[in-house]
Design a protein around this ligand. Structure first.
Ligand SMILES: Cc1cc2nc3c(=O)[nH]c(=O)nc-3n(C[C@H](O)[C@H](O)[C@H](O)COP(=O)(O)OP(=O)(O)OC[C@H]3O[C@@H](n4cnc5c(N)ncnc54)[C@H](O)[C@@H]3O)c2cc1C
Length: 390
């Protein structure tokens, strides 16, 4: 594993830094603290930012050129993620479309599907959400019961999805649906559904953070063209596993950069407050070591991706580690900074570079989504370590 940047990579980073200095109008922290910005305004700000990134060639960079990318390496993707995090840029809007659905289409879709959907994802013209989980089918995803029955040239969908991130904002959803009730894994298909279709009902859910970023999606006799099937009928499980590998592993470096910023802010605030006793220093030191572990693990995945490997079950190690690390970090911030870490984002006394109350509440979700910690441990035990069934 070579951790040094080549001359080309350094040149790319310098070019990117110069572009960011000229083009980033406002940091994400500034936008969050502007009382004029409700949920809708923040979404539109992210859409505009995504379009700027795309126009400049900094989005979907590792996609093949014909799908709007520039054949960039994973190392360049990581440099991009780190630099965006360093300047606290807003997160681009279509993260589920580009992070999950586009890789599924590139690996398993038809030429026509790629041409139809990927450019619109890149330009944030169509926002996507992920319809995997259902009531009764979260960890045990293969128990899903949403049905897709072929009727002529269409599938007819009936069922319910839940915890659908961006459901209330999205235009399209990629759905896992049951096409054969007797075949647990081989009876699942991967289908692209227009959320404006007749019979779709999206209901927002209010989260503990106060946002309604996710929701439930109901399908009642929704007709979906057969052409919106990705791969073959019954191939959905295999496609979903590719997608989940990307969700769990390929984004670790970006997450590490984000959490590194929060950790730096915590250390700086402790110094400003004169919190330099042994117990505090030990706690911060442990967090810094944990962060280094997270970063090194991210590099390991990166080295594999750069060598052309698809993310495998090892990505569970990263998902488990970063989600639990963030909870330790957020808990430390609350305990060390006390009431200062509870100031709401619009409060003029709140720190400008972090949103501790929101981030603490959000971190509770991180050990649940993309597979809970227990499920990650099961995967590591069985598929990485090969331990016998208990
Ligand atoms: C913020 C957020 C956003 C999400 N966004 C999306 C999205 O966009 N699209 C989507 O499809 N889904 C999404 N999800 C759903 C998420 O994938 C599920 O919540 C997750 O898979 C867990 O499923 P569940 O909630 O049904 O819990 P359950 O599976 O019912 O689990 C309940 C508890 O039992 C434990 N458990 C379950 N099975 C086992 C086992 N075999 N061994 C040990 N322990 C076990 C779990 O770890 C957990 O603690 C999101 C969830 C959250 C919190």
């Amino acid at each position: 594993m070579d951790l040094s940047l080549t001359a080309d990579h350094q040149a790319f980073r310098d070019e990117l830094r110069a572009w960011l200095a000229d083009n980033l109008d406002r940091t994400w922290a500034d936008a969050l603290r502007d009382p004029g910005n409700g949920e809708h305004e923040l979404i539109e700000l992210r859409r505009d930012w995504q379009r700027k990134l795309y126009a400049a060639g900094y989005l979907g960079m590792s996609f093949p050129r014909e799908w709007g990318g520039r054949n960039a390496t994973q190392v360049e993707e990581v440099i991009l993620a780190e630099e965006l995090s360093r300047v606290d840029a807003p997160m681009y809007l279509n993260s589920l479309g580009l992070g999950l659905c586009a890789p599924a289409l590139i690996h398993h879709g038809t030429e026509e599907q790629r041409r139809r959907f990927i450019p619109a994802m890149l330009n944030a013209d169509e926002i996507w959400c992920q319809g995997f989980s259902e009531p009764g089918a979260g960890s045990d995803l293969a128990s899903l019961r949403t049905r897709a029955e072929l009727d002529g040239d269409s599938f007819v969908l009936n069922g319910q999805k839940c915890w659908t991130t961006f459901g209330p904002w999205a235009d399209w959803i990629f759905v896992l649906a049951r096409t054969d009730k007797d075949d647990r894994y081989g009876g699942i298909s991967f289908i692209l559904v227009d959320l404006k279709s007749d019979g779709v009902d999206v209901r927002p859910l209010k989260q503990i953070t106060g946002e309604s970023e996710f929701g439930e999606v109901f399908f009642e006799n929704v007709r979906v063209p057969r052409d919106n099937l990705v791969g073959e009928v019954g191939e959905g499980w295999r496609i979903a596993m590719t997608v989940l590998g990307y969700e769990r592993g390929a984004t670790t470096m970006a997450t590490a950069a984000r959490l590194g910023n929060a950790l730096r802010s915590l250390v700086a605030t402790c110094k400003e407050l004169g919190l330099e006793d042994t117990a505090t220093r030990r706690r911060l030191g442990k967090l810094i070591i944990d962060w280094q572990v997270l970063y090194s693990n991210g590099y390991r995945t990166l080295a594999g991706l750069d060598a052309g490997e698809a993310p495998g079950p090892e990505s569970s190690v990263e998902k488990l580690f970063w989600s639990e690390f963030d909870q330790r970090l957020q808990t430390a911030a609350q305990e060390l900074l006390g009431p200062g870490a509870q100031l709401e984002r619009f409060d003029s006394n709140a720190r400008p570079d972090v949103d501790w109350p929101r981030d603490f509440l959000w971190s509770r979700a991180e050990t649940i989504f993309s597979g809970s910690s227990e499920i990650q441990r099961n995967i590591i035990a069985k598929r990485v370590l090969g331990l016998p069934q208990g």
